[in-house]
Design a protein around this ligand. Structure first.
Ligand SMILES: [Zn+2]
Ligand SMILES: [Zn+2]
Length: 171
């Protein structure tokens, strides 16, 4: 829990920073994201009329499952401008910002995480992780498509599979 003692807030505001367990994110059952370390926070609280304004930065180390190759990779979810206001009267002694920190961090998790932008994913036929090398599968016959030019751009130089024709150029 990220607890701010509201009795400590002076004219110049009050700064709190520290770490809490990544369990706060409650990702134990999540198939795609796991906590991978503590949540760090660096916040300031200021009075603004009847409100307490909390702003600052929070970040959490995560392991995410790549949506192409299904491998977990390490990343950091970072909220660089955490900003929430609370009714002062409702928090005469302390303010718990855990729920907002959790929510903001979860919003930073991409819907389709990628281990890296050029992840090649898995072969649709044999399931091999193509980042580790090409598999022996012959791609299904394709007619000319808008993608074929792109395929040639993407094709990486390297050891070629044994000659046998790629199917391209046949009439
Ligand atoms: Zn990947
Ligand atoms: Zn394959």
């Amino acid at each position: 829990m990220i607890r701010i003692e509201t009795t400590q807030i002076g004219e110049d505001g009050y700064a709190v920073s520290g770490e809490v367990s990544g369990d706060l994110l409650d990702l134990a059952q999540d198939p795609v994201a796991r906590s991978d370390g503590p949540i760090r926070y660096d916040l300031t609280v200021e009075r603004a009329g009847q409100e307490l304004v909390v702003r600052g930065q929070v970040e959490a180390a995560l392991r995410l499952r790549c949506s192409r190759c299904a491998q977990f990779f390490s990343t950091t979810a970072r909220v660089s401008s955490f900003l929430h206001a609370y009714e002062w009267a409702e928090h005469p002694e302390f303010l718990d910002v855990s729920a907002d920190v959790r929510e903001d961090l979860l919003l930073e998790i991409p819907g389709f995480p990628l281990c890296h932008g050029s992840c090649k994913g898995l072969c649709a036929q044999c399931g091999q992780d193509l980042n580790e090398g090409p598999c022996g599968c012959v791609p299904p016959e394709k007619g000319p498509s808008p993608w074929s030019a792109l395929d040639q751009l993407i094709a990486t130089p390297g050891p070629r599979p044994p000659k046998g024709g790629t199917g391209r150029g046949r009439k």
